[in-house]
Design a protein around this ligand. Structure first.
Ligand SMILES: Cc1ncc(COP(=O)(O)O)c(C=O)c1O
Length: 451
């Protein structure tokens, strides 16, 4: 007797997952669609999906569909390493080649003439001069720092986020985030068992009235926002919006985490939300986007009541971020070169945004003139995961809207995020844009995923 038909479908889908044709996190066709494609019945497909869900290979959500498991893993979205054939419009990082020589010089200077202190266990909150330089960096882009002792060093913004979530929330606590948010936050919350609640956004990011409504009905422990060049939508909050959000934070006495890692891209400094919520706000910044993610230099400005507790937690968990990289950062900030490099990166971003706007003129885009990324609304014949998959098969890495959804049950916007900076070579970047346009125009896009 031959095996039931649904098992043959299970096997076929397992193969497609294994071969990467259905990548982790991608959405599977509906029962009806697949039944039509593979000349079977929706009931048989449903049975196959049930079997795959039991094997934990896929996850099904009522009203939303079925997805290949592990869709919240950071590694799916943010891919640094690419093969030679792949063009990366996915990772948000600066054009490092521009200033790599200068970084090499600074490090060789430090390693040749450096102070032995850098090789030891320096003060657990980091050397005072490194914290002073962190304050200088953050002040330049709109943060008020009254006391440099409130600046604590972290190994990048991701470490800062993890630390604050771990220290200032408990398992099962609710963390409010923008409806579309940086997947690194979702990933931490997922791993640490915190509940994430999605808050409505508009063209300026999180809507304060929506946060207020949420706080009236639910105990919210923390709110996390990216106020400048929001990841993924590029929304940037005006000062008024920041003041309104701070008022809600103050009223409900929430912990605020303001991740302003892209603040240096604003044409003029915009006052930080933390300036208006000094008792509740933690401000995060880092040099990853302006200079180099490899430096792992992040800075947290804490409320004065919290800086010691925060430093003690970092001492217990990490001891201290490497003083060697902070020494390099301090040289660059002290001499003003860091600000110059940031300015140059912003100029590249402006140029790349112009090129992208030119090539993608026929599509709906959300961006700032100086963001590293843009949010592209796909033509109707495309679905975000399907497009991401097809683009990957054609050698272009982009990030599907599904990776950024705070609420997994929400409808996936028909959109993708494009990084305009990861491909350093301009010719390659233009070639990637041209290929992207070709794929976007492809009317048969959805079908070729399944067949
Ligand atoms: C909003 C946001 N926060 C934090 C990070 C992580 O930054 P870092 O490299 O400093 O850890 C990223 C990286 O993409 C980001 O977009």
């Amino acid at each position: 007797m031959s095996a039931p038909k649904y098992l043959a479908i299970v096997k076929k889908i397992e193969e497609l997952i294994r071969s990467g044709q259905f990548p982790e996190g991608s959405q599977l066709p509906t029962h009806r669609e697949l039944a039509q494609q593979w000349a079977t019945t929706p009931i048989t497909v449903a049975k196959a999906y049930k079997e795959l869900a039991e094997k934990k290979l896929i996850e099904s959500f009522v009203g939303r569909g079925s997805f290949v498991s592990n869709h919240s893993q950071l590694s799916d979205v943010i891919r640094a390493e690419t093969s030679e054939q792949e063009r990366n419009l996915s990772i948000l990082q600066p054009c490092i080649h521009q200033h790599a020589d200068r970084l090499n010089q600074v490090f060789s200077q430090i390693l040749t003439h450096g102070n032995d202190v850098l090789y030891g266990y320096v003060e657990h909150t980091g050397l005072a001069q490194h914290r002073v330089m962190g304050a200088k960096w953050a002040r330049q882009y709109g943060l008020k720092v009254d006391n440099e002792n409130d600046v604590v060093l972290a190994s990048g913004a991701q470490h800062a986020l993890t630390t604050l979530i771990q220290l200032y929330t408990q398992p099962d606590d609710t963390i409010a985030v923008e409806a579309l948010t940086y997947p690194g936050i979702l990933s931490i919350a997922n791993l640490l068992g915190r509940k994430v609640v999605s808050v409505t956004m508009d063209e300026q990011g999180m809507v304060p009235a929506a946060l207020n409504d949420l706080c009236q009905n639910t105990p919210v422990a923390m709110v996390i926002v990216v106020p400048s060049h929001q990841n993924p939508t590029a929304a940037t909050m005006s000062v008024e919006r920041r003041q309104q959000l701070a008022a809600v934070v103050n009223q409900h006495q929430l912990w605020l985490v303001e991740d302003d890692i892209y603040g240096f891209l604003n044409p003029t400094p915009i006052a930080a939300i933390c300036n208006f919520a000094p008792l509740h706000g933690f401000h995060i910044t880092s040099l990853s986007k302006a200079i180099s993610p490899g430096l792992r230099c992040g800075y947290i400005k804490a409320p004065s009541t919290e800086s010691e507790r925060l430093a003690a937690f970092i001492r217990s968990t990490l001891w201290l971020p490497s003083p060697i990289t902070f020494a390099a950062a301090a040289v660059l900030i002290y001499t003003g070169e860091a600000f110059q490099i940031a300015k140059e990166q912003r100029q590249i971003a402006i140029h790349r945004q112009r090129l992208a706007a030119e090539y993608l003129a026929e599509f709906t885009l959300f961006h700032q003139p100086d963001s590293y990324h843009l949010w592209l609304v796909l033509p109707e014949h495309w679905q975000a995961d399907a497009f991401t998959l097809v683009a990957k098969n054609r050698g272009i890495l982009v990030s599907s809207a599904s990776y950024f959804k705070a609420d997994p049950l929400a409808v996936t916007p028909n959109a993708i995020r494009l990084s305009l900076m990861a491909i350093e070579d301009e010719k390659q970047f233009i070639a990637a844009l041209a290929l992207l346009v070709e794929i976007l125009r492809n009317e048969k896009g959805l079908i070729c995923v399944y067949s």
